[in-house]
Design a protein around this ligand. Structure first.
Ligand code: ADP
Ligand code: ADP
Length: 462
């Protein structure tokens, strides 16, 4: 079986799951010193030092291969950085290790069984770093000419002259490559590499001989030597894909395009068996590394007993990802049973789980987090707007206030100002309701709604 062409794998490794990761983009790691001590503010993380230190030890144990049945539970109130901590762990694990964020309720869907949904989530969280030899053409652009046809339907023609310190060759360009040349804005003096199999062009930098154009190029230009030797070379490239990507590429009914639509349906067990076998062969031959990432399951008490049993078994597998569960529940019923258990998690799973607690933030920590977030979003705001947002975060939630920053930035831009003021914040606050306000409002206006239930009692954290 051919697990996927070079082109498919290269494309798959470009499909990056950016959804939901956005609000955590400021987090770059756990911010620990070499002695594993957390600094108050480091790598985008603020406070929560005990939890960060514990997370640091987990990363260390996983890296040393000393954790079996890798399950972690982060317990704490909403908005205490449980997801943030999971993201930080992912960043610390390995360069490019995949991280999947999901909420437990997403496991339940009318299309696929819970076992399939969990399997997909687990396999999305295991990275395969594939090493391949590929033919490339690498050199300095001497000249590039593209003839635009008189009619829009006519095919474009193009030619590219490349040189190394030893040779110079003219190449005819196909349609796809012409697009690529235009998109990458390739001009004379650029040093480029062309992947022969895919026709993909990447700009490596500008030639040193062009350093005098520095002013015209701006500060971004990276100057490098003109390559020597042959124009055509063999080069080792690596792609990071997930086991799930490979599953999808190889599942007959779905095919490669499903990767982009995300509409993958059930994948046959035999496909997965073949892929597992192939991947372990690749590993033995030194063609691939298996890079376990993390699967983060928020609101884990929403899983039922079958899901927990399935997870428990899945954790025993070689190369299982680290499963990080999060919940804000205390002692509560395990779904699908009448049994009570801490966090609604069965004892056999809890038994092998390392538990980390997160604590509520102080006002100073909240404003420090908001400041970092504003920098990340390139939003500048007045001191009073910042303290207003911090107050709001205490009353509502951090997550809600993160949204307000985004909205305020848009409002501020619309009035062509550069700094967010308390006015902008107030307007966004009025535009979008937080959970509590909307609940209060619903309760006050209960009689106007059909089927209104008064709010059920929520299990208190014991
Ligand atoms: P939870 O998962 O506990 O509900 P989140 O991790 O979603 O909380 O936190 C809400 C927001 O605040 C997110 O955007 C998160 O990145 C940010 N955040 C939370 N804790 C920290 C922290 N200690 N340092 C920096 N940012 C944080
Ligand atoms: P169970 O299957 O009953 O839940 P395990 O066999 O998984 O328990 O035991 C839990 C851990 O304790 C394992 O790491 C096991 O090696 C260790 N262990 C259990 N019993 C003993 C024993 N009598 N002596 C030494 N180690 C033990």
């Amino acid at each position: 079986m051919d697990i996927g062409s070079h082109d498919q794998l290269a494309k798959a490794s470009e499909v990056i799951l950016t959804n939901r990761v956005g609000v955590h983009s400021h987090i770059r790691g756990l911010g620990l010193s070499n002695e594993m001590e957390p600094r108050q503010v480091a790598q985008g993380l603020v406070g929560q030092v005990k939890a960060r230190k514990a997370a640091g030890y987990i990363v260390k144990m996983v890296k040393e291969g000393r954790v079996t049945g890798r399950a972690v539970l982060i317990a704490g109130q909403p908005g205490t950085g449980k997801t943030a901590l999971a993201m930080a762990i992912a960043k610390e694990m390995s360069d490019g290790a995949p991280a999947t964020l999901m909420s437990a309720s997403e496991i339940f869907s009318p299309e696929v069984s819970t076992a399939e949904a969990l399997t997909q989530a687990l396999r999305r969280s295991v990275g395969i770093r594939i090493k391949e030899e590929t033919e490339i053409i690498e050199g300095e652009v001497v000249e590039v000419t593209i003839e635009r046809p008189a009619t829009t339907s006519g095919a474009k023609a193009g030619r590219l002259t490349l040189k190394t310190t030893e040779m110079e060759t003219i190449y005819d360009l196909g349609g796809k490559m012409i697009e690529s040349v235009i998109k990458e804005n390739i001009t004379a003096g650029d040093i480029i590499t062309i992947d022969k199999a895919t026709g993909r062009i990447a700009k490596l930098g500008r030639s040193f001989t062009r350093a005098r154009d520095y002013d015209a190029q701006g500060a971004q230009a990276r100057f490098i030597q003109t390559p020597d030797g042959e124009l055509q070379k063999r080069k080792e490239v690596t792609h990071m894909v997930t086991l799930h990507d490979i599953d999808v590429i190889n599942s007959r009914q779905q095919g490669f395009l499903a990767l982009f639509s995300g509409d993958t349906g059930e994948i046959k067990q035999e496909v997965r068996d073949q892929i597992n076998q192939k991947v372990s062969e690749w590993k033995e031959e030194g063609k691939a590394d298996i890079v376990p990432g993390i699967l983060f399951i928020d609101e884990v008490h929403m899983l039922n007993i079958e899901c927990f049993a399935f997870l428990n078994r899945a954790l025993e597998a070689d190369n299982a990802p680290i499963v990080i569960m999060a919940t804000n529940r205390g002692i509560t019923k395990i779904r699908g049973t009448n049994e009570l258990s801490p966090h609604g998690i069965p004892m056999d799973l809890l038994d092998r789980t390392l538990i980390i607690m997160t604590e509520p933030y102080t006002s100073a920590e909240i404003s420090s987090i908001l400041k970092i977030r504003c920098e990340e979003e390139d939003a500048s705001l007045t001191e009073s707007a910042l303290s207003q947002l911090s107050d709001l975060a205490k009353e509502t939630s951090l997550r809600y206030v993160m949204q307000l920053i985004m909205v305020s930035k848009v409002l501020c831009k619309r009035r062509k100002a550069t700094e967010i003021t308390t006015e902008d914040v107030l307007k966004s606050y009025q535009l979008f309701s937080d959970e509590k306000r909307s609940e209060d409002w619903l309760n006050q206006h209960a009689d106007q709604y059909l089927f209104h239930h008064s709010a059920p009692e929520i299990n208190s954290a014991a």
